[in-house]
Design a protein around this ligand. Sequence first.
Ligand SMILES: [Zn+2]
Ligand SMILES: [Zn+2]
Length: 274
Amino acid sequence: MSKVIFTMIGSGAVRVNVNRAGPSQLVQTEGNLMLFDCGRCAVHNIERFGYKVHEIGQVFLTHLHFDHVCDLPYFMLLSWNNGRKTPLQIYGPPGLEHFLQHALWEAYEQDIASRTGHGKSLDGLTCEVNEIPDGEIVFESGEIRIGAMRTEHGGIDNFNYRLDTPAGRVVITSDTQYSDRLISFCRDAALLVCECSGTRAFLDQKPWGHWHMTPETVAELATRAGVKKVVIKHLVIEDFYKETGIAEKMAHTISERFNGRVMVGMDGMQIVLE
Ligand SMILES: [Zn+2]
Ligand SMILES: [Zn+2]
């Protein structure tokens, strides 16, 4: 039986929240270990939750906002240090190659030169970079297929990911404003891991608020797509209001409008599909 294990590595967002690392998720299938986004403290949490950075084969990036990619250079350098055997495959939006040129190769030029100068091979740091086209299957391995779809988010190139596996469909959203296009993309998903940055009232006050999903739009998407289970993440509102239970209240708002299961994402949360 092919099993899929989803692990929430970081359920938080931009600001420091000691209970939630920045955006990052890990999916383990038979033969594949894949990371989706690599935000603040992702590396720490990957190892904290029992995985090894150098054993992750692919990283898929939703967009280049810093909260989703700030740990990527550390991830790559630590993988190299720890003995990565096969080149990392990185998938992400246009501009990814340019980002790595600056954030890894130029920023860490002295470090890399120091290590290679003492005989360390660049193998394990050199990687395969794939700037993905829209609406395509971006990755296939065995019975796993991963597709990507663009949505609007703050005027930046932005991709949501869908994994089709023998154990069911998993959708991992990016930060995104609501789009009807997401409905067919998420159709019949066993698991929808969806950003829910804040309540409508909260997001209405923010100049960037319309870039994001609210409990109402998450519920509409999940209902219209026939999703079975929703996990909410990217809980920006917690960083503004210290009121406890605010994420649970958002989950409750979703539950009032959607018949499936709703869970608040927590770092280390695992969901097994089989
Ligand atoms: Zn974000
Ligand atoms: Zn963003």
